[in-house]
Structures are given as C-alpha cells and as structure tokens.
Design a protein around this ligand. Structure first.
Ligand SMILES: *[C@@H]1O[C@H](CO)[C@@H](O)[C@H](O)[C@H]1NC(C)=O
Ligand SMILES: *[C@@H]1O[C@H](CO)[C@@H](O)[C@H](O)[C@H]1NC(C)=O
Length: 480
C-alpha cells in the first residue's frame, strides 16, 4: 500500500532537485522573492522567467546568500529523504511480518478445520452406529410385542429426528468456519476476536452434542432393559401356558367331558348364588358347598334352632341340614376336603348383642372314619385376627369325634356328647361346644348344653350365630 505514495514522494523530490539546479544557472532573477515564496511551486516560475537588468554588488551578495540558503535547504531535504526511505523500509518489513503471521494463522485455521472435520466424521460414524442399534432394537421389539410398543417406537422416532436436526446444525458449522477462513484478509484485531468467538461456538455445540449422545445412550440402555423385562415376563407366561396345557388336555383324552370341576371355593367364580359344586377327584361324588368371599368354604352354619345338632354318628358322618341355611357338611366330606390339600380354619361367631369375634388356625384337618374323625391337625391360633375370640379349640386338638351313640371322648365316667347334647371333638369334654343346642331365650344361662366359646362370652353363654369356614392354603405363586 505504501509503494505508490513512495513513488509520488520520489517524483516530488526529483522535481525539487531540478528546480534547484535551474536556480544555480547564471541567469538568476534580480529580484529574489522572500524565502517562504520559494516553496509556492509554479508561482515562482514567472519571477524566474522575467529578464532583469545587470545585478549590482549588493544584489550579488544577496543572491549568494540565497544560494547558500538553498543549498542548506536541499541538504535538509536530502536528509529528510534518507529518513523517509528508512521509514519506508521499516514499513515494508512490518508488512512482510504481517503477511508472514497471516500465513501462520491461516495454516493454524486450516489445521483446526481439519480437526473439526475429523470430529464431525467420528460423530457421523457414531450416529450411524446408534441408528443401526435403534433399528435392530426396533426389529426385536416388533418381533416380540408387535403393535403394543407403538408408543415407545414413536418416542424413538422423535429422538432420531432430534438427532437429525442436531446433525444438520453441526454441518452448518464448517460454513461459518470457512467464512472465518476467508476473513483473514481483514484487520488482525477483528479477525482474532471472531476466531475466538467461533471456536467457542463450535466447542459449545460439540459439548451439546456430547450431552445429547450421553442422554441418547441412556435412553437406549433404558429401552434395552425394558425389552429384557418384557422378554422375561413373556417367557414366564409361556412357561405357565406350557404347564397348564397338559392339565386341560387330560379330560379331553379321557372319557370325562371337558367341563371344569371346582375343588374349592378358590374357584368361586363357578358358584351360582354362592353355592358351588365341588368334585375333589374325578372318581369321587360331587357335593354342594356355600362359598364366602376370599375363597372360604362354609362347612357349618348355625343361626337358629330350626336344625337340631343333637344327632347320631351316621348323621354327623353324612352331614345334615340345609346347605343354603343351617347345616353341617358331614365328617366324610370334611375329611375329604381337608385331606385333599392343606386348609386353614376360621370360626366366626356373633352373640345376641351383635358382637362379632373370630378365631383362626393356621392349619386344620380331620382323619377318616377309621380314626374316628380325630381332629388330627390343628395349627397355631392366629393372634392377628380382629376382633379376637380367643383360643378355645386348641384344647380339643387330637381328640376323636363323639356323638351320643359313639363315645370316644377320653371321659371314663361320662359321655360328653350326651352331657353337652352335641357332637364334637370332646377331650373329657372341653372349652367350646359349637354343635350345642341353639338357645333363643335364656342364652346367657344356657350352661354346658349351649353353643359356647369359652374365651369369647364364657361357658354359660349360648351364641346366636356361628360359622365354621375352611380355605386351602396357597403359595403366592400358585394363587396368581
Ligand atoms: C478468547 O476466549 C477466552 C475464553 O473465553 C478468553 O479468555 C480470551 O481472552 C479470548 N481472547 C480473545 C482474543 O478474545
Ligand atoms: C347361614 O344361615 C343363615 C340363616 O339361615 C343364612 O342367611 C346364610 O345364607 C347361611 N349361609 C352362610 C354361608 O352364611
């Protein structure tokens, strides 16, 4: 940029020199103009061109002085010229330095751009991989679950779109970078600042990208876990179906029809008006039982004196009463039920003031007729039941069954059944008498013949209503 100015300057200096030479010629003007006018350029020429008369001695000395003056000035000018030349050299050097530093900058920018390109390439590679993984996952999920996972897939699609958007933004960056690259022609100060700014921009974009990839990886991991869980539950269901098939196939192969037979009130969905037909084994006779909520089977129900419980061994063996009202299911059926699978026992009772109490036992079973229907299994009394009736049955555990015509009660001199006007598992009599006489009057002073539960209202109080319930004990796995 300095070169034209330099030339102009040199031309000017030459002009000045030629004028000074001209002034040194003998034909010099008689009337020298004052010193300042010498530097007024062309204005001087008319004075110089004008011929004059012969100069006097005074005029001569004046001219000489003027000449000396001029020489001095020319000398000064020459020094100035030298000075200017030196300065120009310095400027030239500086320009060279600037050009060099610009080349350096350009090279470093090129390197940066290359670096960025590599990063972008690696990102695109990762993106391709991720997309591939997602596609694979989608395929697997579709295979396993079909349309059920449509929502999750749309979520994945959204993520993919986000990623595309991000990748598009990232591709825009190189253009900005190139722009910066061309701007190196502009003054160094602005260039430095903009470079810094763009670098920051790129860095922050890369940071955002990294964050996004991390979150994407997390999402993919989560989806994988979900798929694994679903696979597991599908396998579980498959296993259960495989286990069930042989069972349901059994009646079809045999002579029996495919009709489903209930074996306990756990299948109370088969009950009609609360009455369920039970068939414990394909060979055994079916019979009816009343079911209550939560799989309980009612084996004895008492609420009035309509049905007498002062009955013979045969009656107790077969059962009696009305299944839909007051009844006892019968010792044979009770034995069949409690020996088919492990049951728990619950006794529900209510007094004439409508106070209710319950007593439960962890397990319950009676033996067959040969063992005189002994109360062969009575588990732990369940303390947690509310409101508690207390334990008035454990005393009877292991006792054989007795009726007025079959005395198996450990009492040598008495017949507990006759004394209590009931059937029951007497052990030289006992602490409860659930098969006693139902009293509607004077129930508070009924005495040992009444329906009593010692730990609830005492031995003299005859209860208004009682129920004896049993329920199969099921493992959590089987109940599901
Ligand atoms: C470039 O950015 C860094 C970090 O923000 C800052 O410390 C530095 O002063 C900046 N340089 C220029 C030339 O702007
Ligand atoms: C028990 O007897 C009462 C009175 O007859 C009756 O209302 C009830 O339905 C019977 N059965 C059960 C399971 O409570």
């Amino acid at each position: 940029m300095g070169t034209p100015t330099l030339r102009l300057f040199l031309v000017l200096v030459c002009c000045a020199c030629s004028w000074t030479e001209a002034l040194q010629e003998p034909t010099v003007p008689t009337q020298a103009p004052p010193a300042p006018t010498l530097w007024r350029g062309r204005n001087y020429r008319p004075h110089h061109a004008t011929p004059t008369v012969a100069p006097t001695a005074a005029q001569h000395s004046e001219i000489k002085q003027l000449m000396t003056n001029l020489h001095d000035r020319v000398g000064i000018l020459a020094t100035l010229d030298e000075d200017q030349r030196h300065r120009l050299e310095v400027i030239d050097k500086k320009i060279d330095q600037l050009l060099d530093s610009n080349t350096g900058r350009m090279e470093s920018l090129k390197a940066q751009q290359l670096n960025f390109q590599q990063r972008l390439d690696s990102f695109e590679h990762i993106q391709r991989l991720t997309r591939h993984t997602l596609d694979e996952l989608k395929g697997e999920t579709d295979q396993i679950l079909g349309p059920r996972q449509a929502r999750e897939l749309s979520h994945k699609q959204k993520n993919r779109n986000k990623m595309r958007e991000l990748s598009r933004q990232t591709r825009d960056i190189p253009e900005q970078h190139m722009d910066l690259f061309y701007r190196t022609e502009s003054p160094p100060t602005t260039q430095g600042r903009s470079s810094n700014g763009t670098e920051l921009d790129v860095a922050s974009r890369l940071d955002a990208l990294a964050t996004f990839l991390v979150s994407l990886a997390y999402n993919v991991k989560e989806t994988q876990q979900g798929v694994a869980k679903l696979l597991q539950s599908t396998n579980n269901i498959r296993r259960r179906l495989a286990n069930r098939k042989p069972q349901s196939a059994l009646p079809a192969q045999g002579v029996a029809p495919v009709e489903e037979h209930a074996t306990s009130c756990l299948q109370s969905y088969l009950a009609v008006n609360g009455i369920l037909k039970l068939q414990l084994t394909p060979q055994s006779d079916a019979f009816y039982v009343p079911c209550q909520d939560d799989g309980w089977t009612v084996v004895m129900n008492r609420s009035s004196d309509d049905v007498s419980f002062e009955r013979s061994w045969l009656d107790y063996k077969e059962g009696f009463g009305n299944i839909a009202g007051d009844f006892f299911i019968g010792l044979d059926k009770l034995h069949a039920l409690t020996s088919s699978t492990l049951h728990e026992l619950r006794i529900w009772m209510q007094d004439f003031e409508n106070n209710v109490a319950v007593a439960g036992y962890d397990s319950f079973a009676i033996s067959g007729e040969r063992e005189l229907y002994a109360l062969s299994l009575l588990g732990r009394y369940q303390e947690h039941l509310h409101p508690p009736a207390g334990d008035s049955l454990s005393y009877h555990a292991g006792a054989k069954f007795s009726t007025f015509d079959s005395d198996n009660d450990n009492c040598l001199e008495c017949s507990c059944a006759q004394r209590h006007k009931a059937g029951g598992w007497f052990n030289a009599c006992g602490t409860s008498n659930l098969m006693g006489v139902h009293y509607s009057k004077d129930y508070q002073r009924a005495g040992e013949t009444g329906i009593y539960w010692d730990t609830f209202q005492g031995k003299d109080y005859s209860l208004r209503r009682i129920k004896m319930l049993i329920r199969p004990i099921v493992q959590d796995e089987a109940r599901r």
